[in-house]
Design a protein around this ligand. Structure first.
Ligand SMILES: Nc1ncnc2c1ncn2[C@@H]1O[C@H](COP(=O)(O)OP(=O)(O)OP(=O)(O)O)[C@@H](O)[C@H]1O
Ligand SMILES: CC(=O)N[C@H]1[C@@H]2OC[C@@H](O2)[C@@H](O)[C@@H]1O[C@H](C)C(=O)O
Length: 390
């Protein structure tokens, strides 16, 4: 089915100039899908546009959760259909609103569709993001860039994190002239060290990135199981809890933390860490998992080549004041939500895949040795145009 969509364009992606790209991200927390428009030529950000969010229904979330860790089979098929449908709902909404907002406005040129990671084991089976980008290209009569991670993994990279090339563009957009860090606290945490004194993201030394460790996923899992809540809203459960230092030390003894970056994680790689807090009260257990997230970041910061001027925090974890306070205490530099510099911390990942879609379309790299450990710079991704592949 092709939706009636006044904002859609069917032509191939323009090879030059600033494009209007619509990126989407369905993260490891399985809460929902984000979508956001960025104006970019793939190198420099020229502006930010509308954004929107579509939550997964509880039944959808349960099916996605059941498919986590699977590489194939009926659960994976079902998850893929849910992801494609949820994105189609959201894309229809954003594209319609975008078209209504300005008749003279250039239509969205390209969609960057990350999909939903179900399994990630780059050195073993690879990485799996489900959802059908070709179907979305046909449905919205608009080119879709997707499957961003596979080429990087095939060439020896971790396949994640991929937002760092966008973080570099953000640092330039913000006119920063000293090294700084972007810290995403989603289900998993990831850190990008950016040196904006270098000209291009692919210059050696411009970027160092890696997953710091588990972030909100174990906290969510614990409070869902024990308290029937989706998350520790505002850190209300952890606040007043006592951190069990023995459990924290056992956690930090995990070999992942001794590994040099780049390195990446699957959502459930640390699922068993909940057993480290199983004897504790709800408050103490939640406080301890929250401290583990902060301690993993502090450990990761030791890899930064120079102290950053600031750590800008994005992702849902920045809404948790207990976690933010623990970060402020344990890091030797200022820590601030990314809103402090005028960016939207709930939409940064969706915006990243808008920017990366244009980079893929332009043949520019989306990862490099400093971000994923890939042997050389790689511009991964598949481009589907309405009626077939580009
Ligand atoms: N007000 C809040 N208080 C506490 N925690 C919050 C709050 N809002 C969001 N979070 C946490 O942030 C999580 C969502 O974060 P986010 O949307 O960045 O994750 P994601 O994009 O799914 O994950 P990832 O970046 O790992 O792919 C929620 O599941 C919750 O744990
Ligand atoms: C395999 C995968 O989907 N990884 C995600 C996940 O969520 C956070 C962290 O782990 C990061 O490595 C990555 O997402 C962001 C968007 C990235 O690629 O930069």
């Amino acid at each position: 089915m092709t939706r009636s969509n006044p904002s859609a364009r069917s032509s191939a992606i323009p090879k030059t100039g600033v494009l209007r790209a619509l990126g989407t991200m369905s993260g490891t927390s399985l809460d929902g899908v984000d979508a956001a428009i960025v104006e970019t030529d793939g190198v420099a950000i020229h502006g930010f546009g509308a954004s929107a969010y579509r939550a997964y229904e509880p039944v959808e979330r349960a099916q996605l959760a059941a498919a986590l860790g699977h590489w194939q089979g009926p659960q994976v098929e079902a998850a893929g259909e849910i992801v494609t449908r949820a994105h189609a709902d959201l894309l229809a909404q954003v594209l319609a609103e975008d078209a209504e907002a300005g008749a003279d406005r250039r239509a969205v040129d390209v969609i960057g569709f990350h999909g939903q990671t179900l399994a990630h084991a780059p050195r073993v089976q690879g990485t799996l993001q489900v959802g059908d980008g070709a179907a979305l290209a046909a449905e919205f009569n608009t080119p879709v860039v997707w499957d961003f991670r596979s080429d990087d993994v095939r060439l020896g990279g971790e396949g994640a994190p991929l937002a760092p090339f966008f973080h570099f563009a953000c640092a330039k957009y913000l006119k920063r002239d000293k090294p700084l860090c972007f810290l995403n606290l989603g289900g998993v945490g990831n850190l990008t060290y950016v040196d904006p004194r270098l000209e291009a993201a692919e210059d050696p030394g411009a970027l160092l990135a890696f997953d710091t460790g588990p972030a909100n996923a174990p906290i969510n899992d614990l409070v869902q199981a024990r308290c029937g809540q989706m998350m520790d809203e505002g850190g209300a459960i952890a606040r007043g809890g006592v951190v069990e230092t023995g459990a924290l030390e056992l956690f930090l003894a995990e070999s992942y933390f001794a590994r040099m970056p780049p390195k990446s994680l699957d959502r459930n790689d640390f699922a068993e860490m909940i057993t480290l807090v199983s004897e504790l009260t709800d408050r103490d257990a939640t406080a301890t998992l929250t401290a583990m997230c902060a301690a993993a970041v502090a450990q990761g910061m030791e890899h930064c080549p120079e102290p950053p001027e600031v750590v800008l925090v994005t992702g849902g974890g920045r809404h948790n004041p207990v976690l933010m306070e623990m970060l402020r205490v344990s890091l030797d530099c200022p820590v601030a939500p990314i809103e402090s510099v005028g960016l939207d911390g709930d939409m940064l990942e969706a915006q990243a895949f808008a920017h990366l879609a244009v980079r893929v379309a332009r043949g520019l790299p989306t990862s490099c040795p400093g971000t994923t450990g890939v042997r050389a710079c790689v511009g991964g991704g598949v481009v589907s145009v309405p009626g077939g592949e580009d």
